[in-house]
Write a protein that binds this ligand. Structure first.
Ligand SMILES: Nc1ncnc2c1ncn2[C@@H]1O[C@H](COP(=O)(O)OP(=O)(O)OP(=O)(O)O)[C@@H](O)[C@H]1O
Ligand SMILES: [Mg+2]
Length: 264
């Protein structure tokens, strides 16, 4: 049975998509069967993994999978053991569909059950086909995010070492708590990953330390710093990328820490 892990925080640019892509790559390299779900209409992770424009997936994305209540027809095979449910701009119409049953193309499609469990119910179709399901979320506490949280056992809280990210943490923790109460997966924060650390800035170091004082049992030991090869993953991807090893370097310890925490 797959373990489902969401990467989230409602603050933008904290490394959610990058980290999800890297984790998927590392899990696949370690022979795990991985399904990645892009729940962000920006489609960044879709583009990172597929190497294609997210517009290529119009009509073939996670949105239609949820509306048709059918995962298999919408899986995009990235590589052996790595599948993707892609996203594009139309995912921004998800909430409208949830509340009105009107799809972006004007059809009327209803769903059964709770609106916050649409994704969770959908994933039940494939949970026994993967070891891990990884979900990337948008920078908001939107319906996509609440669906992702309710569909997950584990949440990695992405923490960019800055004041505005620090102030996003309490509401995000509350959302995880709500998912625990509303959903059926006992959703829990599995850790806080400190990212985008700028080693030259003392305020960055301070925000690093503050979060560790607030959540001593949750922060991962690994602190991800800003490094050009990581930023350039969006350009070169995971295949034929000469600096891939450099890009992955600082994520290897985080990967081990995470796997240790999610093991049975
Ligand atoms: N460790 C890093 N070093 C340098 N650049 C990075 C690093 N991690 C991510 N980036 C870059 O920073 C930007 C933001 O990262 P990313 O898109 O992964 O964040 P996000 O949290 O998914 O953003 P959003 O909230 O918009 O979805 C991207 O341009 C990415 O390539
Ligand atoms: Mg993103």
């Amino acid at each position: 049975m797959a373990k489902t892990i969401t990467m989230g925080i409602q603050k933008g640019g904290c490394g959610k998509s990058t980290t999800t892509g890297i984790l998927a790559h590392l899990m696949k390299e370690n022979d795990y069967r991985v399904l990645v779900i892009d729940m962000d209409s920006q489609g960044n992770l879709t583009e990172l993994l597929s190497g294609m424009s997210s517009n290529e997936f119009i009509g073939k994305s996670v949105l239609e999978a949820m509306q048709q209540n059918n995962v298999h027809d919408y899986l995009y095979k990235v590589e052996e053991n790595l599948d993707l449910l892609p996203a594009n701009n139309f995912l921004a119409t998800f909430a409208r569909w949830m509340y009105t049953s009107k799809t972006y193309s004007g059809d009327t499609i209803s769903f059964s059950g709770s609106p916050t469990l649409i994704l969770d119910n959908l994933l039940d179709q494939v949970r026994d086909e993967y070891d891990f399901i990884l979900i990337d979320t948008p920078p908001s506490l939107s319906e996509q995010t609440t669906n992702a949280l309710c569909a997950s056992e584990f949440v990695v809280v992405m923490y960019e070492c800055s004041n505005w990210c620090y102030s996003a943490i309490p509401n995000f923790m509350d959302s995880i708590e709500s998912a625990f109460e509303i959903g059926k997966r006992k959703t829990e924060a599995i850790g806080i990953l400190r990212t985008m650390n700028d080693v030259r800035r003392s305020d960055s170091k301070a925000f690093n330390e503050i979060i560790a004082e607030d959540f001593p049992n949750l922060v991962f030991e690994t602190v991800i710093t800003r490094k050009a090869p990581v930023g350039r993953l969006s350009l070169y991807g995971f295949k034929e990328n000469k600096e891939l090893k450099k890009a992955l370097e600082q994520y290897l310890h985080f990967y081990e820490e995470l796997m240790e925490r999610v093991k049975d």
